[in-house]
Every structure is written in structure tokens, then in C-alpha cells.
Ligand binder design. Structure first.
Ligand SMILES: [Zn+2]
Length: 407
């Protein structure tokens, strides 16, 4: 090898001979640097059996496509007496594009550039874009097989399709990734999956909404896990039951959109004018005002987080008193709320000690909805699952192994 020989970026097995700049393309002439070892027995004595020209689609420089031309060989190994074709570092067997090029297409398509557009800019067919994309997805999915069961698990449901209904998401709340998605949300549909789930003893904390189905599943399958209520869902439940009780006082006012928006808000986010408007409304319904104030206090309580053990006890004391008041309320919606909050008091109590919430899972759900929309919906759940795990379950780092050792 001449000492001044330079490698071609991304293709370290080739020496650079010359670069020709055309209008639309850059053509690089390359030359093999070394004779390879046998990929089967690593024998150093290999003989060239046949030679043929090869052109690789390589990078894209601005609006110019780079092609690399070199002479490739078929070899015969003197050790094991078998034939093999050369595989360059940075390429895969039988592929006419380098990995860098394929990866660029994948990442562009993943970033939202349409297959049609990439097909124009990169001079490959639309079908090829799709095929490569699927290939990378499969690979990401394959990399995830050995992953460990998370210590902090988020469980939540999300809508899949009209025909198949809901699916359950298991999220790793520490890594902010999807651990798995399973079709269905009933105990029956999750049973088989959970029975086979490995390392269930590792799960220490499970964050979930106030679903008694999920609670009984977790108690049954995760012996070491403590259940923590999800703050977001608790806040939502309080809001919903509060609006129901409002409808009981004034069904007409409940349907007034302007009023609805004011009633939903936290008192701190009301302007003085809005506050005055609300007060005028409350003059008509003094009981409703009392309920509204109660809701504000309950809300403030629920929003607390990462408290010390001591302050948690104080908060729990307040909470239990409010739950008692709710349970004694003459209004049905509030009684129901009281019952629910009472049944979940342990899980809600843990929520104050803890900072993680299922908002991470909610964020992942948004991402999953985008995946589904980009694919114009999935009919097959396994395809959907694979895509979700590949895109929401990995850390974003694409790892590549060296394929061939060259002498
Ligand atoms: Zn060999």
C-alpha cells in the first residue's frame, strides 16, 4: 500500500484512487486495501478466483449522489477449500448500497420525508425505501430481545383499532421507553402474557390509573411491586366527577362552554374578571361554590409530590378527612368519587412520595399514535407491536458490528 493512500470515508477497506465530479453525481474510484481472511476459518491464504466491477451507492453530498466504483473478487480459501465473496466493512453482502446510504434513507423516512421524495432525491425506488425501512425496524426490534424487565413499570391502556379495541402499554418509566404492548386490557387477555413475562420479581414500582383490573393483575403477578396511582388520572377523575355533580345543580349552566372552561380551571389560572364572573354565577348556587372550593383544595393536595415521610403523613390525614366528607355527600357523583378515592388511598398515598407519573406513558402513546397514522393504521397487531417496540423501545443508538476482518 502506498503511504499516501487515503481511505474512502465510510468504507475503510478501500483506498481512494480518484474522485470525478459530474453534474449530478460524484464518482469515486476505489481499490481494495488488503486481501481478506477467510470469513469461515480465518485462514490468511486466499486466492482470487474471479474479479468483477462493483458500483456502490454511497453518501449524498448536498444534492450530489456519491457512487463508489471498485473491483471486487470472489476468493478461494486455501485452508477450508471453500469459496467466498468479499464483504466490505460498511456494507452488507449482496447489497449495492453502503450501510451509510441505507441508514440515511431510513433516518430520513423515519423523520417524516415521504418515500416518493426520497425516491427522487436518492434515486432508488419507492419500494426500496419501504423495504429498507422495514429492515431497519426489524433489526431494532431484534436488538431488544435481551432487554431486562424494568424496575419502574407504567401500565396504561390505549386505543388500537375499532375492530380489536384497546391495547395495554407496559412502559419503562426510568428509561422512558416502551417495554411492551399487549392486545386487550382485561385480566383474561393479559394473563397469558404476564404468566410468561421474565424477571417479574425485578419490578419494584408500578404506576397505573385507577383501574381495578390492572390493580388485581399487578397484585397477582408482581410480588415485589408497590402500586402507585398516576397523578394525571386522579386529577382527571376528580374533574369528571365534579362536572357530573355540577350537572345535578344546574344542567343548563353545565352546557355553557364559557362557564365550563372557567369551572375546569384551577383558581390560580383565573383572571380577576373571570373570577368575578364565576362568583356572580355562584350567587345563584351557593352549594356549588362550596363544592368548587372543596375541589380546589383536593386538587392542591393531589398535585403534591416528592414529600418526606413526615409531611406525607400530614397530607394523608387531610386527604382521608376529605374522602370522608365526600362519602357523606348527598350528591351521588361525589359519593362515588369518595368511594374510589377511599379504595385507592394506599396507592394515592405512595404517589406523594414519588415523582414518576404515567405522563411518560402518555407521551409514548402520542408517539405510537403517530406511528400508526404514518402507516395508515395497522390491521395486524404483531406488525404494530414490532413497529412500536422498534421505535419507542430502543435508546436511539444504532449499533453495528464489524462483519469481516481484513489482513
Ligand atoms: Zn477457509
Amino acid at each position: 500500500m502506498p503511504p499516501e493512500a487515503k481511505e474512502i470515508l465510510g468504507l475503510p477497506d478501500l483506498n481512494h484512487i480518484e474522485t470525478l465530479y459530474g453534474n449530478k453525481r460524484v464518482l469515486i474510484h476505489g481499490e481494495l486495501r488488503n486481501r481478506p481472511l477467510c470469513p469461515r476459518c480465518a485462514h490468511p491464504h486466499v486466492r482470487i478466483k474471479a474479479s468483477f466491477p462493483r458500483v456502490l451507492r454511497h453518501l449524498r453530498l448536498g444534492n450530489q449522489l456519491v457512487r463508489v466504483r471498485f473491483t471486487s473478487h470472489k476468493y478461494h480459501c486455501q485452508g477450508c477449500k471453500r469459496y467466498f465473496n468479499l464483504t466490505l466493512q460498511g456494507t452488507r453482502p449482496k447489497k449495492r448500497s453502503s450501510e451509510a446510504f441505507r441508514l440515511e434513507v431510513f433516518e430520513r423516512h423515519h423523520g417524516g420525508v415521504s418515500g416518493k421524495h426520497i425516491s427522487d432525491t436518492h434515486e432508488i425506488s419507492h419500494a426500496t425505501v419501504e423495504r429498507w425501512y422495514q429492515g431497519f425496524i426489524k433489526e431494532r426490534y431484534g436488538e431488544l430481545k435481551g432487554k431486562r424487565t424494568p424496575r419502574v413499570l407504567g401500565i396504561d391502556e390505549h386505543f388500537f383499532t375499532k375492530k380489536k379495541g384497546y391495547a395495554t402499554t407496559f412502559a419503562d418509566l426510568k428509561k422512558h421507553t416502551v417495554f411492551d404492548v399487549v392486545l386487550g386490557r382485561s385480566e383474561q387477555s393479559l394473563e397469558a402474557y404476564l404468566r410468561k413475562m421474565p424477571e417479574k420479581h425485578r419490578v419494584k414500582i408500578v404506576v397505573m390509573d385507577l383501574s381495578s383490573t390492572y390493580r388485581s393483575i399487578v397484585k397477582k403477578h408482581f410480588p415485589n411491586a408497590k402500586i402507585v396511582a398516576d397523578r394525571f388520572h386522579v386529577v382527571r377523575l376528580i374533574g369528571q366527577q365534579f362536572l357530573k355533580s355540577w350537572a345535578q345543580f344546574d344542567p343548563v349552566g353545565r352546557k355553557n362552554r364559557g362557564l365550563l372552561s372557567l369551572m375546569r380551571r384551577h383558581e390560580k389560572s383565573l383572571s380577576p374578571e373571570q373570577r368575578a364572573k364565576l362568583e356572580r354565577y355562584f350567587e345563584e348556587f351557593p352549594h356549588l361554590k362550596a363544592i368548587w372550593e372543596f375541589k380546589q383544595r383536593l386538587h392542591d393536595l393531589i398535585r403534591l409530590k416528592m414529600l418526606s415521610k413526615e409531611s406525607t403523613w400530614l397530607v394523608i390525614h387531610d386527604y382521608l378527612r376529605m374522602v370522608r366528607e365526600l362519602k357523606e355527600s348527598p350528591i351521588e357523583a361525589l359519593r362515588t368519587l369518595g368511594e374510589t378515592l377511599s379504595s385507592w388511598r394506599e396507592e394515592i398515598g405512595r404517589m406523594w412520595r414519588f415523582s414518576k407519573t404515567n405522563s411518560i406513558t402518555e407521551g409514548l402513546h402520542n408517539k405510537m399514535e403517530m406511528i400508526s397514522r404514518r402507516a395508515f393504521g395497522f390491521r395486524n397487531f404483531e406488525n404494530y407491536r414490532m413497529r412500536v417496540l422498534a421505535l419507542c423501545g430502543w435508546d436511539g443508538v444504532i449499533r453495528r458490528k464489524r462483519k469481516l476482518i481484513l489482513a
